[in-house]
Design a protein around this ligand. Sequence first.
Ligand code: CA
Ligand code: CA
Length: 266
Amino acid sequence: MDGVDALTGFERLQFSDRTVQVSALISTLPASSFLGTSSGEKLTGTAADDFFYGGTGNDTLSGGAGTDTAYFSGNYSQYRVTRSKDLVLVTGPDGSDSLTGIEKLQFADGTNVDTAGLLDTVAGTAVYRFYNKTTGTHFYTINPSERDAVLKLAAYAYEGEAFKAQTDNAAGQGLAVFRFYNTATGTHFYTANVGERDAVLKLANFAYEGSAYYASATAENGYDPLYRFYNTQTGTHFYTASETERAAVTKLVGFVAEGIAYYVDA
Ligand SMILES: [Ca+2]
Ligand SMILES: [Ca+2]
């Protein structure tokens, strides 16, 4: 396809598994438009500002120079969008597409996403978890040096990588997770809620330790919910991004589910 002229007379793009109205796609297709079929294909743009619609199938879209846009025929909420360095993966009703050099995503519901603003989820950093046998609580750290120091402590059992988060807020969209040390219980408390942080800052037995790592406030871009529980026996909290673990802890007497605290890469 080489632009608007090639589409004259077409009202619909017929795929084997769905039909897309061209008028619904976009009112006026840009001069440099690349339209795919129901097959998986590789569409390569030009140095100009290109418009892509890969159709269904697993497509590879390369924008090249310019400010390029990829269109998706479903609503934004139907897709999982993740980014790993320069590669953006969009999975949903149009298949599983790999995008490079595409600056903008446009969805049927009018949602526009700037790919440069997507958090680099796949390249997230491991958050390590320890079980403190003395207090019966868990400790989480994204800092390898701190992990190595805690590995030497007899009271802590290393449980591996709990989930992935960001070490800093380089992408500008991260949600800081604040860490406190409870001097009364010898345990740590984590919260991404600024109001809660400010309330805990006023408590005498909590020492503020700054931002532990950066998470996401929403499930967008491939992030998964992190659940928080309150342990009524120890007066401490437990955090997990594992659905299996969440289901198990929900059944335990003494643990009160507090819902989703924030979102991480499980
Ligand atoms: Ca296709
Ligand atoms: Ca281009």
